[in-house]
Design a protein around this ligand. Structure first.
Ligand SMILES: [Cu+2]
Length: 107
């Protein structure tokens, strides 16, 4: 193909790589714990930050079944963590095992 077209193709490819999901800006996600339940968890990407908010008057935790994280949350506290692994991770509260949720992490 002509050199100019090839250059355009290379530029287009570079643009795709730079703008691709791997370089997406990390998003912040708030997961609210209230009335003994974990709130909505939106789809996540590696590098995103989750801030867990415990709005209850009880102590809770956000504990991964695969032990990849274990966040202790005293009443009316909040803590942040960076999402590091791809896949679905089920989590629960160590103090109230009926409280459960799932992180769905894309690359
Ligand atoms: Cu709890």
């Amino acid at each position: 193909m002509p050199a100019t077209l090839r250059a355009l193709a290379v530029l287009a490819f570079a643009g795709f790589v730079v703008g691709g999901p791997a370089n997406a800006v990390a998003a912040n996600h708030d997961i609210i714990i209230a009335q003994m339940q974990f709130g909505t968890v939106r789809p996540l990407h590696v590098g995103d930050v989750i801030t867990w908010h415990n709005d209850d008057i009880f102590r809770h935790s956000a504990t991964a079944r695969d032990k990849s994280f274990d966040i202790d949350l005293p009443p009316k506290s909040q803590k942040s963590m960076v999402v590091k692994q791809v896949g679905k991770v089920d989590f629960y509260c160590r103090f109230h095992p009926m409280m459960t949720g799932t992180l769905d992490v894309q690359p």
